[in-house]
Design a protein around this ligand. Structure first.
Ligand SMILES: NC(=O)c1ccc[n+]([C@@H]2O[C@H](COP(=O)([O-])OP(=O)(O)OC[C@H]3O[C@@H](n4cnc5c(N)ncnc54)[C@H](O)[C@@H]3O)[C@@H](O)[C@H]2O)c1
Length: 367
């Protein structure tokens, strides 16, 4: 059996690669071997900046024997094809969310990975941060009794005001549902289990938006997707959820509250290490208690690390391909419910995962 740090190669040298490279190069359990991009100069610049041995094309990176695990940081439209190429080269693959834009290509990816004996992991890895994992443990320990309902709100004016090229964020594969929704849906399913059905209404405040910054400021572009969705969710456990995903509100608000027979817990859905807060069922509104996250600070890259450790020991990663498939299935069901005007069943299944220990430490050498 192979031992020692897992050899990692990154495909996609864009915006988010700095955060991954900073963190992954600090973890003793992984070794970043190289980076690839269709833009070779961009990959070369990142390799130079982080002292990596290799930069080049995706095909060249996939040919390296020392690379065991690919981290796919490309744009959502090509997540599935880049991940599939990695699987076909015999590599484990961790991809940024979403796993794919349709069920068929996600299923093909997972099936081919199983046949090839490699592992797929995918999530916004904030779900493995000490904040959400703290909430996960508290719910598992019965802090709120039996979970009954969940309320989530993700509202804001949308990214067109600050992003210099926001068109793709208002096109298929993005919007509040596909760009931000994975943070919420992955947390919902990790904490509360399988989603059974969704019912949703969609709204679009503006048919066109305007680029608000950069050289193209003032240019108008079409809005292709729903920019406000009201979603009702029923979980297999009987839990009922109400959620808003919106780029149509001047009010910036992020909220994630699970209520059970014993009280309400807030979940720090938007970052890695925030506190949960608890209000007991019989308490007054002023009696909220902060329950800080414990353990070492975590940040982007912990999903890759948890997966690297898991694959070495032959178990599934917590942010598994199965979880990502269920999240995609539920998000597509939201779109389908809006079109149909009726509830849509979510048919994929999900196996629950245990939370990480509070002591789980990215900086520890375990391999
Ligand atoms: N930027 C953020 O703050 C942020 C935060 C969380 C998650 N993410 C996710 O990370 C991913 C990447 O986001 P980003 O902001 O870095 O995007 P980006 O556009 O800055 O970078 C994407 C890179 O992928 C490369 N690429 C595109 N197609 C490719 C292909 N077929 N093969 C190889 N390389 C290819 C592009 O050349 C580019 O360098 C997205 O899935 C996004 O949702 C980004």
């Amino acid at each position: 059996m192979t031992t020692g740090p897992v050899g990692v190669g990154i495909i996609g040298a864009g915006n988010i690669s700095d955060e991954y490279l900073t963190n992954l190069t600090s973890y003793p359990d992984v070794t970043v071997i190289g980076i690839a991009d269709i833009d070779l100069a961009r990959a070369a610049a990142q390799a130079d900046k982080y002292g990596l041995d290799f930069s080049g094309s995706p095909g060249e990176l996939l040919a390296l024997q020392t690379v065991e695990l690919i981290v796919n940081l490309t744009i959502p439209a090509v997540h599935a094809e880049v991940s599939l190429a990695a699987v076909r080269a015999g590599k484990h693959v961790w991809a940024e969310k979403p796993i794919a834009l349709d069920r068929e290509s996600a299923r093909q990816l997972l099936d081919e990975a199983t046949s090839a004996g490699v592992v797929v992991g995918n999530a916004p890895d904030t779900v493995l941060g000490s904040g959400i994992q703290n909430s996960h443990r508290l719910i598992g320990e019965g802090k709120i009794g039996t979970p009954q309902t969940v309320l989530t709100l993700m509202q804001g004016p949308g990214p067109d005001s600050w992003h210099p090229r926001p068109q793709f964020l208002f096109a298929r594969g993005a919007g509040p549902l596909f760009d931000i929704g994975p943070y919420y849906f992955t947390t919902l399913t990790m904490l509360l289990g399988e989603i059974e059905s969704v019912q949703a209404l969609g709204h679009r405040a503006y048919e066109e938006r305007e680029i608000g910054s950069g050289p193209d400021a003032g240019t108008r572009f079409p809005v292709e997707i729903w920019t406000h969705m009201s979603v009702l969710t029923r979980f297999a456990s009987g839990v009922v959820g109400t959620s808003i995903y919106s780029f149509d509100s001047p009010v910036r608000r992020q909220l994630f509250e699970v209520t059970g027979s014993g009280g309400t817990l807030t979940v720090p859905v938007s970052g890695f290490d925030g506190p949960s807060s608890f209000l007991a069922a019989a308490a007054d509104e002023g009696d909220w208690v902060d329950l800080p996250a414990q353990g070492r600070e975590r940040s982007r890259g912990v999903g890759v690390l948890e997966m690297a450790r898991a694959t070495r020991s032959g178990r599934s990663p917590r942010a598994s391909g199965e979880l990502a498939f269920h999240v995609l299935d539920a998000m597509l069901a939201v779109e389908e419910s809006i079109e149909a005007g009726s509830p849509v069943l979510v048919t994929s299944s999900l196996t629950g995962v245990a939370p990480l220990d509070a002591e789980w430490d990215p900086q520890e050498r375990t391999l």
